[in-house]
Write a protein that binds this ligand. Structure first.
Ligand SMILES: *Cc1c(COP(=O)(O)O)cnc(C)c1O
Length: 409
């Protein structure tokens, strides 16, 4: 039995309970959110915070976007889950809408991002054996240093982040890692057994790392030449964040396979997808892959509402416009606590002067100023406010960042 300590506030009581009963696989900031709307999060004491993380871009459209909540509520009153043992009336419209948005034929609906990545690995291997003619069991997938593709046993096996990787082996074979941004390294890693190159067009978790100009176009050229699938993990970079529907559009490059997740569920339910043409996804036959919740009616209804928002182009445009404002303000902080800025659209990674403290110190100082974000590796902070944030809110949050850096100096 838990005896509530009367001296604790409700928030600190919850923090204590959480510490006791939830695995410590995260190190959250000490804020307990109980409400959210648009770009604003409210804690148990009624304190309001600007959200500068947007749930790692899962909340691109802001919290409780009216159109998305309406779609979810409507679907809650009809049917939420049938499994794929039967058809339901939400899957086809969702798949038709999403394929039209992305410019491919087919969707394989899943739930989390990691599942989409796992699914694409399976599809690429099967395609390699059945279409490309690679001898069974020999398929190789080229991945990049600094990658983040999720947390399953196969995926963490090809991560070079010791926290994600170490002591979770044995690791799945069949992956070769090359330096991100280095086209020659990919060229040198290509053999007849390579079935796919799996890359983030911009590495989010790694600190919003943008590869050199021409790299992604070069990957496209190489993979086409050698009949290798180019799998773009757009789970974080996609769906409006960079000012385009897909980050690859900035380079005028199309991948063979797109992986989507995060924002596809509108911040409401987990929805992910592998999106590709018939010649690739067509390798899957009944019974060969699946998920009880993949393509569920509630997820499809929300996913279709997300597609409808993106079809307007409004959110991509907002990300582009606000991104200019973000960039200009951040560039002004270089030399004043910030040592480097990388950004595309409303998405930035900034490296903090290590003399000021760690990224964690900065996110804590910012939280005291009622702006929430999260450090990523070491002294890097990622900024990714919801795309519905106003110019004034964005400016206010960046004012607080400037002040937080001053607090630490
Ligand atoms: C978040 C993320 C994933 C994993 O998504 P989950 O829903 O957390 O499993 C995969 N790839 C990229 C690029 C991501 O940012």
């Amino acid at each position: 039995m838990i005896i509530m300590d009367q001296t604790l506030t409700p928030a600190s009581h919850l923090l204590q309970l959480e510490d006791e009963h939830v695995a410590h696989n995260y190190h959250p900031l000490d804020v307990v959110i109980s409400d959210a709307s648009g770009a604003v999060l409210t804690d148990l004491d009624g304190r309001q915070y600007l959200d500068f993380l947007a749930a790692y871009s899962a909340a691109n459209f802001g919290h409780r976007h009216p159109a998305l909540v309406a779609a979810a509520k409507q679907q809650l009153d009809r049917v939420t889950l049938t499994s794929r043992a039967f058809h339901h009336d939400q899957l086809a419209p969702f798949a038709a809408g999403l394929t039209a948005l992305i410019g491919k034929d087919m969707v394989l609906p899943m739930n989390t991002g990691a599942e989409a990545v796992e699914s694409a690995i399976k599809v690429a291997r099967k395609w390699g054996y059945e279409v490309k003619g690679v001898p069974d069991g020999r398929a190789v997938i080229i991945v990049a240093t600094g990658n983040f593709h999720g947390r399953t046993t196969t995926i963490i096996g090809f991560s070079d982040d010791p926290l994600a990787h170490d002591h979770f082996g044995p690791y799945t074979p069949g992956f070769v890692q090359v330096p991100y941004g280095d086209l020659e390294a990919i060229r040198n890693a290509i053999t007849d057994d390579v079935v796919a190159v799996l890359l983030e067009p911009i590495q989010g978790e790694s600190g919003v790392r943008i590869p050199p100009a021409g790299y992604l176009a070069g990957v496209r050229e190489l993979t086409s030449q050698h009949r290798i699938l180019f799998i773009a993990d757009e789970i974080q970079s996609g769906l409006g964040r960079t000012g385009r529907t897909l980050a690859l559009e900035h380079e005028n490059v199309t991948a063979d396979v797109y992986l989507l997740g995060k924002a596809l569920g509108g911040g409401i339910v987990p929805v992910s997808a592998v999106v590709a043409d018939h010649d690739v996804l067509g390798v899957l036959q009944p019974g060969q892959h699946g998920s009880t919740f993949g393509g569920n009616a509630l997820g499809c209804a929300v996913g279709l509402a997300v597609v409808r928002l993106l079809e307007t182009g409004y959110y991509q445009q907002r990300a582009a416009v606000l991104g200019l404002q973000l960039r200009e303000r951040l560039d002004n902080m270089v030399g004043r606590g910030v040592v480097a800025v990388r950004s595309r659209g409303l998405w930035a990674g900034i490296d903090i002067d290590p003399g000021l403290g760690t990224g964690r110190d900065v996110s804590e100082a910012l939280a005291r100023r009622q702006v929430l974000t999260k450090d990523t590796h070491g002294s890097t902070i990622r900024l990714a406010p919801p795309l519905v944030i106003s110019e004034a809110q964005l400016d206010h949050g960046l004012d607080q960042l400037e002040l937080a850096l001053r607090d630490l100096s």
